[in-house]
Design a protein around this ligand. Structure first.
Ligand code: SF4
Length: 354
């Protein structure tokens, strides 16, 4: 097996790595939290969240003992909220089993919300186990090095590279450095567009570079166009209080709070949709007033335009008929509740601090 390129890669990494708080003190707990936060999220975005999280929950036991609402509040704005709920469940499961984060990949994999990527990261970077981490950066680097024709988003390729790189890692002195170096190379040099091959430590072993076709790799399965939805929500006022509802755990953005509302049906105006959705969700009859804000937001698989209306109660009743948690709160109390990002855009337009 060729062990020259992993050595060249690690040497480059040690000279060029970025400072990151979880690298400075690399305990299994800090690796676990940072790796969950880093899924689909850039390092620069994660750093302040990581500091806040470590300040609030310095140990895994602190995280396990925290109320879910606080965990979600500290995650607010980072997106993909199921990660926060899974991390919380994972901390509780570890504490229930004695409190030590497992060191073996297979044991880590059994924990709630821990996939191959996070299990490999904790095992290798937290405990020095010889197991490969395969994220999007690693896939891209390796696919270019091998001039891979299989689409990089194919699950079979991820599995194949996991096996191949785990074999390579057996010959490497520091699996932690190798894994970090692969990811760092993808982030800093072998970037999605315009890879900097002239400064790449593995260029000598890269087929795409030697055949001058790096820009053609990795291959991808053609994407379908993501759908767009028009959504209407009501800021339903009863005096100076507003109605908020909690999303159920099974839903996307589960556990976060929101205003009642939903998608427009064919032929409906946003006002009509707000009135109908509020009635369907809460049984409350409202008068839909002024349009307060229109915001656009893109999620990973769809995008929305959200219309927010000021609504007032019209039916003489203010108790929602609703099987999920609800509350009447003052505007200044909204900051105590975690909300999805699209709602924050509404808060900004309405100058509500949150
Ligand atoms: Fe990526 Fe270029 Fe390095 Fe190959 S030589 S791994 S394409 S940066």
């Amino acid at each position: 097996m060729n062990t020259e390129w992993p050595l060249a890669l690690i040497t480059w990494f040690e000279k060029n790595k970025r400072q990151m708080p979880w690298r400075e003190v690399a305990t299994p707990y800090r690796i676990l939290v940072s790796e969950v936060m880093l899924q689909q999220t850039q390092v620069v975005t994660v750093i302040p969240y990581f500091h806040r999280f470590m300040h609030a929950f310095p140990t895994l036991a602190d995280l396990a003992a925290a109320p879910e609402e606080l965990v979600l509040k500290l995650w607010e704005g980072l997106g993909y909220y199921s990660r926060a709920r899974h991390l919380h469940a994972c901390a509780k499961a570890i504490v229930a089993a004695g409190g030590d984060i497992p060191s073996e990949f297979d044991e880590l994999r059994k924990l709630p919300g821990i996939g191959d990527y996070t299990a490999a990261a904790v095992a290798s970077m937290g405990y020095g186990q010889k197991v490969a981490v395969v994220d999007g950066n690693v896939l891209r680097v390796r696919a270019r090095m091998l001039k891979e024709e299989t689409p990089v988003d194919a699950p079979a390729l991820k599995k194949r590279y996991f096996q191949e790189l785990t074999e390579i890692i057996q010959e490497v002195a520091s699996p932690s450095l190798f894994n970090q170096a692969m990811m760092e190379l993808g982030a800093l040099v072998c970037k999605p567009t315009e890879p900097d091959c002239a400064n790449c430590p593995v260029a000598l072993w890269c087929r795409a570079f030697s055949e001058e076709c790096a820009a053609d790799y990795p291959k991808r399965t053609p994407r379908k166009k993501t759908p767009h939805y028009e959504v209407a929500v009501g800021l339903v006022y009863d005096g100076d209080k507003l109605l908020i509802l909690k999303r159920s755990e099974e839903q996307m953005l589960g556990g976060l709070w929101e205003f009642p509302g939903g998608k427009l049906e064919p032929g409906e105006t946003p006002q009509q949709a707000a009135q109908r959705e509020i009635m369907e969700e809460t049984g409350l009859q409202v008068t839909v007033g002024k349009e307060l804000a229109v915001v656009n937001h893109a999620y990973s698989h769809f995008s929305i335009t959200m219309h927010a209306f000021r609504c007032t109660l019209a039916g003489g009743k203010n108790t929602p008929d609703c099987d999920r948690p609800w509350k009447w709160v003052l505007e200044q109390e909204l900051s105590q509740y975690p909300f999805p990002k699209a709602n924050h855009k509404i808060f900004v337009k309405l100058e509500i601090s949150n």
